[in-house]
Design a protein around this ligand. Structure first.
Ligand code: AKG
Length: 199
């Protein structure tokens, strides 16, 4: 692990997880996804390119009715608990006494991206959002609390952790693209991002 970098209030911990920790986490996530399979959320503009699932009390869900947190997976089952390995990351970087209630699991295949958005569907903004990158590199764009203005970008690598707290808690951010096949962590390529939030 190298020293944290702060850009526009986003705190980036490069290499927070070493390779064995990344492999252990992927194994745990495979167990979660066996129970709560990835699905394709839809917005009013059509299907998202990122596939999703979740662990915790709530999962984030989007369909033609809009965005919301849901207590159940679209298949009707409860979301599995957040793995202890994931909670350990939260405890290590968040500085927040509360535990996350939602661990969103984003799966980026070749060509997937996530447009600039703010995480603003939560009732409590006092804790940061913590994001964990696994697998292929992703070009992460960091913006401002209001849409527009200058943005800054960084390639997130497998094992990197980003903390969006303080001024960055409600800042726009997104993933412009991934470098498909750039990491050997996931045998078939792709990127997993975990986003931890107090809801
Ligand atoms: C989100 O889930 O809200 C994200 O912004 C994910 C960011 C990422 O994939 O690094």
């Amino acid at each position: 692990m190298t020293d944290a970098i702060t850009q526009k209030g986003f705190v980036i911990h490069p290499g927070f997880l070493d390779r064995p920790a990344q492999e252990a986490l992927v194994a745990r996530l495979r167990e979660v996804l066996a129970v709560a399979p990835l699905f394709t959320p839809r917005t009013r503009r059509g299907p998202m390119s990122v596939r999703m699932s979740a662990a915790g009390t709530f999962g984030w869900y989007s369909d033609s009715r809009g965005y919301r947190y849901e207590r159940r997976h679209p298949d009707g089952i409860d979301w599995p608990p957040i793995p202890e390995e994931v909670l350990a990351i939260w405890r290590g970087v968040s500085g927040c006494a509360r535990l996350p209630e939602c661990c969103l699991i984003n799966w980026y295949g070749e060509g997937a991206r996530m447009g600039l958005h703010r995480d603003e569907d939560e009732a409590d903004f006092s804790c940061p959002v913590v994001s964990v990158s696994l697998g292929d590199d992703g070009l992460f764009r960091m913006g401002n609390v209001d849409r527009g203005g200058r943005t800054s970008s960084i390639w997130l690598k497998s094992g990197d952790v980003v903390v969006m707290g303080g001024d960055a808690r409600l800042a726009f951010h997104g993933v412009d693209r991934i470098r498909f096949g750039s990491s050997t962590l996931l045998p078939k390529g792709g990127r997993i991002n975990l986003t931890l939030r107090v809801v």
